[in-house]
Design a protein around this ligand. Structure first.
Ligand code: ADP
Length: 473
């Protein structure tokens, strides 16, 4: 929440990665130092307890063997070797009366052990005490009942161990600070390096303006992810460039196709303005204007139709279409047109119904356009065959002709909007028929391909996915 609204650097992925890295590293350091601290303190106390336990056994033995004098001697020896500030020894009875003790002047008032009357002879009691007047360090005290009536207390200053722990804490704190500074610097550089590829792609992307769609992001050595990003970006640019080029071509073609009829209309209008014609000539000119305008309107309608088809087949227009019936109807309609042109129209249509889920009027338009072209580009005396077959999941529609064929260099372009082969300049058309067919096929989830041998003829094959069910066509 905070980071989302934070300005500048705090909002960068580099900063966030570094922050995560530092947080994780800090937690790891705290766990490691915490465990070491606990283990160290426990071990020191255990070691001290062991030493105190061993020593109290020695005092117990001397007391039991030589009585109070033996204990006194032992106390003196111990104080001599350890020092009266480091250790104290005290023998008490159960009424807390001190029977014998080392020099307690530096120890202040060491309390008698809590519940001393309950102490057993087998088990010693350990306590960590802070004794007022004995400095800042703690004292570890062992208390043990050595005979029925006496308690022996042995205390040792924890000064050395606590100093050691203090040193450890100072080293740990310094290490944490040094490690955190170096790890955040390292984290920052690592994150920056990881993000440098993204920044590179961004910089290049910024440089690719409207007029420079040809530039591409070069692949670097920042890793697979960045290369994938650059590749995806380049693919996207490629598609945008294609779309822009296509748009330019279409715009040019539209302008060109609009200009000719408009120029003709204008010419006629100009002629009428001279006002020297008779009424029949005016009628004829008006007729030409209507014809040209109809041509323009129909071209615009086809373009709108293609655009709508490319946007997808609309649900409410969908029905189960029997392609066999549809093809037979198309055959009936086009037979007369073919006959008129002296072209033989044949069929090779399967006997079983083949159901396609689709838009009936669009599928009719698809067959009509293909048949129209085949008849248009086939000289008289030759033939056109309408075929329908199926494999397990597709219906295969073919329109084969023995016509003029399509030159090799034209073949890849015939589905482009407004593209017309050189040979078709003398035939009517606007170069939108096959783009419309392709848009319909794609909208129905199908594929279309064209094969041709110039001078021998062409085959257009459409493959559409089959479905089973009731028919409406
Ligand atoms: P149009 O028929 O209006 O020119 P189309 O988009 O239908 O436009 O076809 C584009 C071009 O493809 C045609 O101009 C023609 O050169 C070529 N073409 C299409 N069908 C055939 C065919 N059956 N035989 C030969 N050429 C064809």
């Amino acid at each position: 929440m905070f980071l989302k609204s934070a300005p500048g650097i705090f909002n960068t992925v580099t900063f966030r990665l570094t922050l995560w890295y530092v947080i994780l590293f800090t937690m790891l350091l705290l766990v490691v130092f915490g465990i070491t601290y606990i283990t160290l303190s426990k071990n020191l106390v255990m070691r001290m307890d062991e030493g105190l336990a061993n020593e109290i056994i020695e005092f117990e033995i001397s007391y039991k063997a030589q009585g109070i004098n033996g204990l006194k001697n032992q106390i003196e020896l111990e104080i001599e070797s350890e020092g009266k500030d480091r250790i104290f020894i005290r023998l008490m009875d159960l009424q807390k009366e001190v029977i014998e003790s080392s020099d307690m002047s530096t120890w202040g008032n060491v309390p008698a052990p809590e519940g001393m009357e309950k102490l057993s002879m087998d088990e010693a009691m350990f306590e960590t005490l802070r004794i007022p007047g004995n400095g800042e360090h703690h004292v570890r005290v062992i208390s043990k009942r050595i005979t029925q009536g006496y308690i022996l207390q042995l205390g040792s200053s924890m000064h050395d161990d606590e100093e050691l722990i203090g040193v450890f804490n100072r080293i740990a704190a310094t290490s944490v600070i040094v490690l955190l500074i170096s790890c955040s610097t390292m984290g920052w550089f690592m994150a920056r390096r990881a993000m440098s590829g993204v920044e590179r792609v961004t910089r290049i992307a910024e440089g690719i303006g409207k007029s420079d769609l040809t530039s591409r992001v070069p692949l670097g050595d920042e890793g697979e992810e960045i290369d994938n990003l650059a590749r995806t970006f380049n693919d996207m640019l490629e598609r945008i460039q294609e779309a822009v080029t296509e748009l330019k071509d279409v715009t040019n073609n539209i302008a060109h196709d609009l200009r000719s009829p408009l120029t003709r209309i204008r010419g006629i209008a100009e002629t009428t303005m001279t006002g020297l014609q008779n009424i029949d000539e005016y009628r004829e000119m008006a007729g030409i204007i209507v014809e040209e305008s109809d041509g323009l309107v129909s071209m615009i309608n086809v373009m709108l139709d293609i655009a709508m088809t490319e946007a997808g087949v609309r649900g409410k227009e969908l029905s189960n279409v029997d392609m066999r019936r549809l093809m037979k109807k198309a055959y009936e309609v086009f037979r007369t047109i073919a006959e008129y042109k002296g072209v033989f129209l044949r069929t090779n249509i399967t006997t079983e119904p083949l159901i396609v889920r689709g838009d009936l009027s669009q599928l009719q338009r698809m067959i009509s356009n293909l048949l129209d072209n085949a008849i248009k580009f086939t000289p008289n005396g030759r033939s056109v065959t309408l075929g329908l077959a199926a494999d397990r999941s597709h219906t295969i529609i073919s329109v084969t002709d023995d016509g003029i064929g399509i030159p090799e260099q034209d073949l890849p372009r015939i589905f482009e909007r407004f593209y017309r082969g050189d040979q078709s300049r003398t035939t009517p058309g606007n170069g939108l028929g096959l783009s419309h067919v392709q848009a319909i096929v794609h909208a129905h989830g199908g594929k279309i391909k064209a094969e041709s041998s110039p001078g021998k003829g062409s085959i257009f094959t459409v493959i559409l996915p089959l479905c089973s069910g009731r028919t409406t066509a």
